[in-house]
Design a binder for this molecule. Structure first.
Ligand code: WQD
Length: 339
């Protein structure tokens, strides 16, 4: 079986590629290297003992995308990760996000729908905004997005749903990720933020290793048990496994609807202060932090109802928050050695 993985050298794409290769699936990795390093290819090979095909292609280039499908006429599926993902940057440069995330998706959908190649799409819990009720199910109403990034995920979902309706031989799964954290147990691949990390866990590990003086806990008077925001943090290896189950389901004849949506989370919420405590327990390290002002645009609490994915795909998160945080710390130490 041959699967196209766009954004295959990125954070989540690289972990999924490792699992696919370990299962004996042939992968073609596509990346424009905008926000990924070519060294990841070496690291994937080191972990799996297999060198995947790699094409440096920008999905905004329609003719290069079409050429890809001519080079690999035997693709049986596509997992589409390639997208920009920084919320703040998307507010400053909206057109960059619309051109890249929407343009790239439309360009790849043309050959996929024409050839009936099924697609797994990286969506996000960001589409729910601040949900009125928790936990969040797939039926929870979507809220107007607060950033161009979030809007590209909502639009992306709609574009794919419309494409499924218009092309009876085209099927898709939309995975709404909650907060992915952690790294591969080998500490050979992980999240590699460019510049100052915007997300909690890379900022925390960079603080503990001494690259940043202090972690700011954004907001401590929220309406939550300890006053800090609550999220559903999922180990990237669990998230990667959810893609494997989705692919099996998509390629089997079991899928009832041509476009299925699944939440991918643990079903458990943790506050920022709880996460800090769990990190300290898992690693024995002290986190220097201070309570500071809330960050504009943050939702108070979000965690997933995972009943649907458990029932339909038989997938359930296996790793604890401590295991995820320990792997993030091992990875941070590994990057420190390399840099
Ligand atoms: C988590 C919590 C912060 C940094 C992101 C994306 C979103 C979706 C999920 C992909 C919040 C707090 C953070 C810091 C802190 N992903 N925090 N100090 O905001 O839930 O969402 O991941 O699509 O689109 O934006 O994740 O890691 O930024 O924040 O206190 O230095 O940590 O306030 O409560 P978020 P995050």
């Amino acid at each position: 079986m041959k699967i196209l993985v766009t954004g295959g050298l990125g954070y989540i794409g690289s972990h999924v590629s490792v699992l696919l290769l370990e299962k004996g699936v042939d992968v073609v990795l596509v990346d424009n290297l905008d926000n990924a390093r070519i060294e990841v290819l070496e690291q994937i090979e080191r972990i799996t003992g297999k060198r995947p095909s790699f094409e440096q292609v920008d999905l905004k280039d329609q003719s290069r995308v079409e050429a890809l499908f001519e080079t690999y006429p035997d693709l049986e599926g596509c997992i589409h990760f390639a997208a920009h993902k920084a919320v703040g940057e998307s507010i400053e440069q909206p057109l960059l996000y619309y051109e890249n995330n929407i343009g790239g998706l439309v360009n790849i959908l043309k050959p996929l729908t024409r050839q009936g190649i099924p697609l797994i799409f990286s969506s996000s819990c960001t589409v729910y905004g601040q949900a009125r009720e928790l936990p969040i199910t797939e039926e929870t109403p979507l809220q107007p997005s607060t950033s161009p990034y979030g809007f590209t995920k909502q639009m992306g979902e709609q574009i794919i749903q419309d494409s499924c309706k218009a092309n009876p031989n085209f099927k898709s799964i939309l995975l709404r990720y909650f907060n992915p954290i952690g790294a591969h147990p080998s500490a050979q691949i992980g999240e590699y933020p460019q510049g100052v990390p915007q997300n909690l866990v890379p900022f925390l590990t960079q603080t503990v290793i001494g690259k940043r003086p202090l972690l700011n806990v954004f907001g401590s008077n929220y309406d939550t048990p300890d006053g800090t925001c609550i999220r559903d943090y999922i180990h990237v290896m669990d998230l990667a496994q959810a893609h494997i189950e989705s692919l099996n389901y998509l390629l089997s004849s079991k899928q009832n609807s041509s476009c299925e949506i699944f939440n991918v989370g643990t079903g458990r919420g943790a506050s920022v202060l709880e996460l800090i405590q769990e990190f300290e327990r898992a690693t024995g390290e002290k986190v220097p932090y201070e309570l500071s002002a809330p960050r504009a645009g943050d939702t108070v609490a979000a965690f997933a109802d995972v009943t649907k994915i458990e029932k339909q795909l038989g997938w359930k998160a296996q790793f604890s928050l401590q295991e995820a945080l320990k792997s993030a710390w091992d990875w941070e130490q590994q990057i420190h050695v390399l840099s």
